[in-house]
Design a protein around this ligand. Sequence first.
Ligand code: DI6
Ligand code: FE
Length: 398
Amino acid sequence: MAKTLWHGFDMVTMQHGRYSRQDKAAILTEAGRILWLGSEAAAPPVKTTQDLGGGLVTPGLIDCHSHIVFAGNRSGEFEMRMQGADYGAIARAGGGILATVQATRQASEEALFEQAAQRLTSLMADGITTIEIKSGYGLDMATELKMLRVARKLGATMPVNVRTSCLAAHALPAEYQGRADAYIDLVCEEILPAVAEQNLADAVDGFCETIAFTAAQIEKVFIKASELGLPVKLHAEQLSNLGGAAMAARYGALSVDHLEYLHKGDIDVIQQAASVAVILPGAFYNLREKQLPPVQALRDKAVPMAIASDANPGSAPVLSLRLMMNMACVLFGMTPEEALAGTTSHAARALGMHQTHGQLAPGMAADFVCWNVHAPADLSYWLGGQLVQQRIVAGQLT
Ligand code: DI6
Ligand code: FE
């Protein structure tokens, strides 16, 4: 395979989660990987060169938490919430997640793919090169498998890396009302084994919340995931504290996500488990939450913080990861450098991909974005706009 020398840009590598800037830089790629990078003046001579024409190169952004595969539309709930209705009450009245479940069960696999591909195209246009996609709007065997197949197909057909998570333990389906433990048994005994057998998920997720499942119920799911050899992660302490994050950390969770109501005393176990704290400002903002995640306490304990879209039809209709970087700064007090680490190196760690993705370094995947900005802080600073000049995935211009 031919080597390509990319040049004509400044660069921040995000090695060790820091900017690590190199002006007048170059990157040598071969077979989808970075062979060498450094100063353009020191670049080795190769036949194929690509001038990116100025701009700033960063690792491609990684969205480590999304729910982009779904059918239906819940802007009507947005109208209701803007007139005072509350997210939990809408969910308890059969709207919310269950409304999306109904639409997703009815949608064809082709229709689901088309709709998700449009959302993914927007996220890619804003600079992502890797995304995690969850199931969780099926809540039955056929639809959970259908969602995960769609997610896999997005990764196979579009220029983006996809990691999938089975979120069958997202909500209690209507047909199991009052029988949550029986539904958890279905997840453990039937859905997860089928998902594992068909290699449709890279991880197992759950929603530990008063409107979803208890920590004890999720723990059963995690025990089964461990038996099947699948890593776990958890939506925890978003609207209340049920102790989910500490429980997930005891199962070696890749990440614990949301965390607004996390108790500071639980941070040690998260740190010891080397779990990533995934911060989701889009849901916080959209639900007009008041409780801030304990960013300073996480920072004090050197827990890596990732930032993700949580793109979903209810709490976070988000199609820009950069917008989440801005909100993580403005609403949660993160620095622009932390925000970029949170969508590159720490996001890769949240997906267990940090050996190969999330930083620019020899041996890493040749996934990078050239932006028409000068300073990396510009990526968090600008709200909206089209800042992506070029997007390179596995060494290919896309
Ligand atoms: N937390 C969330 O933010 C989404 N799911 C979850 O467990 C919300 C999903 C929805 O409202 O459709
Ligand atoms: Fe979520």
